[in-house]
Design a protein around this ligand. Structure first.
Ligand SMILES: [Zn+2]
Length: 185
Protein backbone atom coordinates (compact mmCIF):
# COMPACT_ATOMS: atom_id res chain seq x y z
CA UNK A 1 0.00 0.00 0.00
CA UNK A 2 2.86 2.39 0.83
CA UNK A 3 4.43 2.14 -2.62
CA UNK A 4 1.11 2.37 -4.40
CA UNK A 5 0.29 5.49 -2.41
CA UNK A 6 3.54 7.06 -3.62
CA UNK A 7 2.63 6.24 -7.24
CA UNK A 8 -0.87 7.50 -6.75
CA UNK A 9 0.41 10.76 -5.27
CA UNK A 10 2.61 11.12 -8.32
CA UNK A 11 -0.40 10.48 -10.58
CA UNK A 12 -2.48 13.00 -8.64
CA UNK A 13 0.24 15.65 -8.84
CA UNK A 14 0.56 15.13 -12.61
CA UNK A 15 -3.21 15.35 -12.99
CA UNK A 16 -3.32 18.60 -11.00
CA UNK A 17 -0.52 20.07 -13.11
CA UNK A 18 -2.41 19.05 -16.24
CA UNK A 19 -5.67 20.74 -15.21
CA UNK A 20 -4.00 23.79 -13.61
CA UNK A 21 -4.56 22.97 -9.95
CA UNK A 22 -2.11 23.20 -7.06
CA UNK A 23 -1.80 19.71 -5.58
CA UNK A 24 0.08 21.13 -2.59
CA UNK A 25 -2.70 23.36 -1.27
CA UNK A 26 -4.24 22.61 2.09
CA UNK A 27 -7.49 20.98 0.94
CA UNK A 28 -5.71 18.58 -1.42
CA UNK A 29 -2.79 17.47 0.70
CA UNK A 30 -4.51 14.37 2.07
CA UNK A 31 -6.59 13.69 -1.03
CA UNK A 32 -4.50 10.90 -2.61
CA UNK A 33 -4.51 8.96 0.67
CA UNK A 34 -8.26 9.46 1.12
CA UNK A 35 -9.00 8.45 -2.48
CA UNK A 36 -6.86 5.32 -2.20
CA UNK A 37 -8.65 4.27 0.97
CA UNK A 38 -12.07 4.99 -0.41
CA UNK A 39 -11.35 3.11 -3.64
CA UNK A 40 -10.09 0.10 -1.70
CA UNK A 41 -13.41 0.19 0.11
CA UNK A 42 -15.67 0.76 -2.89
CA UNK A 43 -13.86 -1.97 -4.82
CA UNK A 44 -13.83 -4.46 -1.96
CA UNK A 45 -15.71 -7.05 -4.03
CA UNK A 46 -12.46 -8.74 -5.10
CA UNK A 47 -11.96 -9.95 -1.54
CA UNK A 48 -15.36 -11.68 -1.59
CA UNK A 49 -16.31 -15.03 -3.02
CA UNK A 50 -19.86 -14.60 -4.40
CA UNK A 51 -20.39 -18.35 -4.74
CA UNK A 52 -19.69 -18.81 -1.06
CA UNK A 53 -21.89 -15.86 -0.17
CA UNK A 54 -24.80 -17.42 -2.02
CA UNK A 55 -24.79 -20.33 0.42
CA UNK A 56 -26.85 -22.75 -1.67
CA UNK A 57 -28.82 -25.12 0.53
CA UNK A 58 -30.37 -28.39 -0.49
CA UNK A 59 -34.14 -28.27 -0.39
CA UNK A 60 -35.84 -31.55 0.29
CA UNK A 61 -39.08 -31.97 -1.61
CA UNK A 62 -40.46 -30.13 -4.57
CA UNK A 63 -39.90 -26.42 -4.97
CA UNK A 64 -40.43 -25.18 -8.44
CA UNK A 65 -42.18 -21.86 -7.88
CA UNK A 66 -40.42 -18.77 -9.09
CA UNK A 67 -38.37 -16.91 -6.45
CA UNK A 68 -37.96 -13.19 -7.05
CA UNK A 69 -35.81 -10.53 -5.41
CA UNK A 70 -36.95 -7.20 -6.77
CA UNK A 71 -35.20 -3.83 -6.68
CA UNK A 72 -31.83 -4.71 -5.17
CA UNK A 73 -30.01 -1.38 -5.04
CA UNK A 74 -26.39 -1.36 -6.20
CA UNK A 75 -23.46 0.99 -6.76
CA UNK A 76 -20.69 0.00 -9.13
CA UNK A 77 -17.71 1.55 -10.89
CA UNK A 78 -17.39 1.87 -14.66
CA UNK A 79 -14.11 0.24 -15.66
CA UNK A 80 -13.58 2.62 -18.57
CA UNK A 81 -13.83 5.92 -16.69
CA UNK A 82 -13.64 5.06 -12.98
CA UNK A 83 -16.97 6.79 -12.49
CA UNK A 84 -19.96 5.26 -10.71
CA UNK A 85 -22.95 3.67 -12.31
CA UNK A 86 -25.83 2.68 -10.09
CA UNK A 87 -29.41 1.52 -10.09
CA UNK A 88 -31.36 -1.58 -9.23
CA UNK A 89 -31.36 -5.26 -10.07
CA UNK A 90 -34.23 -7.74 -10.23
CA UNK A 91 -33.38 -11.42 -9.89
CA UNK A 92 -35.65 -14.35 -10.54
CA UNK A 93 -34.95 -18.07 -10.47
CA UNK A 94 -36.87 -21.29 -10.52
CA UNK A 95 -35.27 -23.69 -8.02
CA UNK A 96 -34.74 -27.30 -8.72
CA UNK A 97 -33.04 -28.81 -5.67
CA UNK A 98 -31.18 -25.84 -4.23
CA UNK A 99 -32.29 -22.50 -2.87
CA UNK A 100 -30.39 -19.39 -1.80
CA UNK A 101 -30.96 -17.31 1.30
CA UNK A 102 -32.84 -14.17 0.27
CA UNK A 103 -30.36 -11.79 1.87
CA UNK A 104 -27.51 -13.67 0.24
CA UNK A 105 -28.78 -12.56 -3.18
CA UNK A 106 -28.16 -8.99 -2.02
CA UNK A 107 -24.64 -9.88 -0.90
CA UNK A 108 -23.88 -11.55 -4.24
CA UNK A 109 -24.98 -8.41 -6.10
CA UNK A 110 -22.73 -6.31 -3.86
CA UNK A 111 -19.72 -8.61 -4.27
CA UNK A 112 -19.89 -8.28 -8.06
CA UNK A 113 -20.88 -4.60 -8.07
CA UNK A 114 -17.92 -3.54 -5.94
CA UNK A 115 -15.45 -4.25 -8.73
CA UNK A 116 -14.37 -2.47 -11.89
CA UNK A 117 -17.31 -3.33 -14.09
CA UNK A 118 -19.39 -2.75 -17.14
CA UNK A 119 -23.12 -3.19 -16.71
CA UNK A 120 -23.34 -6.10 -19.15
CA UNK A 121 -20.73 -8.15 -17.27
CA UNK A 122 -22.24 -7.37 -13.88
CA UNK A 123 -25.59 -8.71 -15.10
CA UNK A 124 -24.03 -11.82 -16.68
CA UNK A 125 -21.81 -12.65 -13.70
CA UNK A 126 -24.73 -12.63 -11.26
CA UNK A 127 -26.80 -14.90 -13.52
CA UNK A 128 -23.85 -17.25 -14.05
CA UNK A 129 -23.14 -17.48 -10.31
CA UNK A 130 -26.74 -18.49 -9.59
CA UNK A 131 -26.73 -20.94 -12.46
CA UNK A 132 -23.56 -22.68 -11.33
CA UNK A 133 -24.37 -22.78 -7.63
CA UNK A 134 -28.12 -23.47 -7.57
CA UNK A 135 -28.52 -25.50 -10.77
CA UNK A 136 -31.98 -23.98 -11.11
CA UNK A 137 -34.49 -24.61 -13.89
CA UNK A 138 -34.00 -21.02 -14.95
CA UNK A 139 -32.42 -17.70 -13.96
CA UNK A 140 -33.10 -14.15 -15.01
CA UNK A 141 -31.27 -10.98 -14.00
CA UNK A 142 -32.46 -7.55 -15.12
CA UNK A 143 -30.30 -4.53 -14.34
CA UNK A 144 -31.33 -0.87 -14.68
CA UNK A 145 -28.67 1.78 -14.23
CA UNK A 146 -27.57 5.34 -14.82
CA UNK A 147 -23.95 6.04 -15.62
CA UNK A 148 -22.17 9.15 -14.39
CA UNK A 149 -19.70 8.72 -17.24
CA UNK A 150 -22.63 9.48 -19.53
CA UNK A 151 -24.30 12.24 -17.51
CA UNK A 152 -21.13 14.12 -16.45
CA UNK A 153 -19.26 13.84 -19.72
CA UNK A 154 -20.32 15.10 -23.15
CA UNK A 155 -23.41 12.92 -23.44
CA UNK A 156 -25.69 14.99 -21.22
CA UNK A 157 -28.78 13.02 -22.00
CA UNK A 158 -28.78 10.31 -19.43
CA UNK A 159 -30.93 7.38 -20.44
CA UNK A 160 -31.55 4.50 -18.11
CA UNK A 161 -29.61 1.54 -19.47
CA UNK A 162 -31.26 -1.84 -19.14
CA UNK A 163 -29.39 -5.11 -19.48
CA UNK A 164 -30.57 -8.64 -18.90
CA UNK A 165 -29.19 -12.16 -18.67
CA UNK A 166 -31.43 -15.19 -19.17
CA UNK A 167 -30.76 -18.85 -18.62
CA UNK A 168 -32.82 -22.02 -18.82
CA UNK A 169 -36.61 -21.68 -18.78
CA UNK A 170 -36.45 -17.89 -18.84
CA UNK A 171 -34.66 -18.10 -22.14
CA UNK A 172 -36.62 -20.94 -23.71
CA UNK A 173 -40.13 -20.23 -22.44
CA UNK A 174 -41.74 -16.88 -23.19
CA UNK A 175 -44.56 -17.55 -20.69
CA UNK A 176 -42.09 -17.90 -17.80
CA UNK A 177 -40.39 -14.70 -18.92
CA UNK A 178 -43.70 -12.87 -19.13
CA UNK A 179 -44.69 -14.06 -15.65
CA UNK A 180 -41.47 -12.63 -14.22
CA UNK A 181 -41.92 -9.31 -16.04
CA UNK A 182 -45.47 -9.08 -14.72
CA UNK A 183 -44.32 -9.72 -11.14
CA UNK A 184 -41.51 -7.14 -11.11
CA UNK A 185 -43.46 -4.45 -12.93
ZN1 LIG B 1 -17.92 4.70 -18.40
Amino acid sequence: MKDSLKYFEFFFQSLCREIGEDSGREGLKETPKRVMESFANLLGGYRQNPKELLGATFKDGVCDEMVIAKGIEFYSMCEHHLLPFFGSIDIGYIPDKYIAGLSSLVRVVEAYAQRLQIQESLTEQIAQCLLEELHPKGVIVVCRARHLCMSMRGVRKNPEIITSALRGLFKSDSKTRAEFMQLVK
